[in-house]
Design a binder for this molecule. Sequence first.
Ligand code: FES
Length: 105
Amino acid sequence: MTPWTDVAAEADLFEGAGIAVTPEGQDIALFKLENGSVYAINNLCTHGNAKLCDGFVEGHHVECPFHQALFDLRDGSVGCGPATEPAKSWPVKIEGGRVYLDLNL
Ligand code: FES
């Protein structure tokens, strides 16, 4: 059985912005960078009740809309506080115009 779950159309993504998807009850934010790369990290900020899909994307970071913590979209690591815990990152695959996540990791 394939581990990949279809979560969105690639056309739903816009460069430099995030969208929320909720496959299998998970709350995940998808981001497309200006270079076209697509990444997925948990949507909930690890510092508080903020949605990272609403954050400002700069380079390969997203800035939390509440207290401006920076998360690296490539692996969920914290680039700048006040958050200290990384956001879980999810493997992404683009195929046939669809965005797939591996939710088993
Ligand atoms: Fe995200 Fe505070 S809720 S930095």
